[in-house]
Design a protein around this ligand. Structure first.
Ligand SMILES: *Cc1c(COP(=O)(O)O)cnc(C)c1O
Length: 396
């Protein structure tokens, strides 16, 4: 059998390569950070990690993880409800709830699991899920696992959402689900309007805060802080794998009964291993740091404003952002790849995205800012962008 299957796979892989969509991994030989070494020996400035707060190699988090290894061991060898819950798992869940102003939290191995396991236990065939068209793949997969009726509205389009809410009046329960920040444009979901429509049409709201938690809002509490709607949404999902240290781990936080039901029925929670103690302890430490100071958010916000300001002044076409994602629009797919390759020669590591990751004719370079970036780093990146931009005729 395998001989036939092998030639089938080779053929498919060949097509992926021919379409220019084959993914190669760039190998990093240093810890994650603003400046990284890659396996070619090159030192580059990193502008494509989700390391928004620069915590991926934070000494306090590394120490907290080491202490936990000594005190609580390496792994749990169990799921949560059999013998995989330590006091620190409960403590981290409470810390997350306090951070978001919610009632309770349930941890997962990843946000992919949190989204994969949130819909099916809560909603059934009589109900409706109304989902933004640009929601993350894990939300799309989670919705597929659930029997509820599916409605899809155009990205952040409130007129379309309203139409779908009207259609969904025939259903028993309605849940609107949206990313807080959309990863390709860096735009935030208009949460004030979404909550208003939810109230008008008797629906609940779920936000995936993966790209917004720690980043958006004056103190980084996410889009519920930005729109002053803390406590007004039923469900929030998020990750420990981006701003919050970048290791691994996900969570769902929200109404008490919702979390309680997820503990009873959510399959990635019931049938997958507990988070290791070192990840949990470092997570607790991270939320303690967030309570003590707002320094990292302030740095991130000023870095973003600085970078955006200089890039706009240089004549680049940049999507308006409220996050730490800055989409430098180039529109042409090949241009985005050439631009990124030339930037790498200048020591700036960014990725060019094009169809099908973004819409046709919407190719861009996505720059992700970090609190770890120093002004010198930003200046070097801006200088490189201007140099390459002139070479390739993108700016004058
Ligand atoms: C990154 C991301 C996820 C997945 O998070 P993991 O913890 O890495 O599984 C889910 N949703 C959104 C919006 C994301 O950006």
């Amino acid at each position: 059998m395998y001989t036939k299957f092998q030639s089938f796979l080779k053929e498919e892989l060949g097509q992926i390569k021919n379409a220019g969509l084959y993914k190669n991994e760039r190998v990093i030989t240093s810890p994650q950070g603003a400046a990284i070494s890659v396996s070619t020996g090159q030192e580059v400035l990193n502008f494509c990690a989700n390391n928004y707060l620069g915590l991926s190699n934070n000494p306090q988090l590394v120490q907290a993880a080491k202490d936990a290894l000594d005190k609580r061991g390496f792994g749990m060898s169990s799921v949560r409800f059999i013998c995989g819950t330590q006091d620190i798992h409960k403590e981290l869940e409470q810390k997350i709830a306090a951070y978001f102003g919610t009632e309770d939290t349930i941890l997962y191995a990843a946000a992919f699991d949190a989204n994969g396991g949130v819909f099916e236990p809560l909603l059934s065939a009589e109900d409706a899920i109304i989902s933004d068209s640009l929601n993350h793949a894990s939300i799309i997969d989670g919705v597929r696992l659930c029997k509820a009726a599916r409605y899809r509205y155009e990205n952040a389009n409130m007129e379309d959402l309203e139409n779908k809410l009207i259609e969904a009046q025939k259903n028993r329960f309605r849940l609107i689900v949206t990313d807080g920040v959309f990863s390709m444009d860096g735009n935030v979901a208009p949460m004030d309007k979404i909550v208003e429509l939810a109230n008008k049409y008797d629906a609940m709201v779920m936000i995936d805060e993966c790209h917004s938690a720690g980043v958006v809002g004056a103190t980084g509490r996410g889009v519920t802080e930005l729109f002053n709607i803390r406590g007004q949404v039923e469900i929030i999902t998020g990750t420990l794998g981006k701003a919050f240290g970048g290791a691994v781990g996900g969570f769902t936080t929200g109404k008490k009964e919702v979390i309680d039901m997820l503990r009873q029925r959510s399959r990635p929670y019931l049938f997958s291993n507990s988070l290791p103690p070192m990840v949990v302890s470092a997570g607790i430490k991270m939320f303690e740091m967030m309570d003590e100071t707002n320094e990292l958010q302030d740095k991130l916000h000023s870095n973003t404003d600085y970078f955006m300001g200089k890039m706009l002044a240089a004549g680049f076409d940049i999507k308006p952002t409220k996050s730490a994602i800055c989409a430098v629009m180039l529109y042409d797919a090949k241009l985005s790849q050439d631009f990124a390759a030339k930037l790498l020669d200048e020591g700036i590591y960014v990725i060019g995205f094009y169809f099908p990751v973004v819409a046709k004719g919407q190719a861009r370079i996505r720059v992700q800012l970090s609190a770890a970036h120093k002004v010198e780093h930003l200046d070097k990146a801006i200088k490189a962008f201007i140099k390459v931009g002139k070479e390739l005729g993108v700016i004058k």
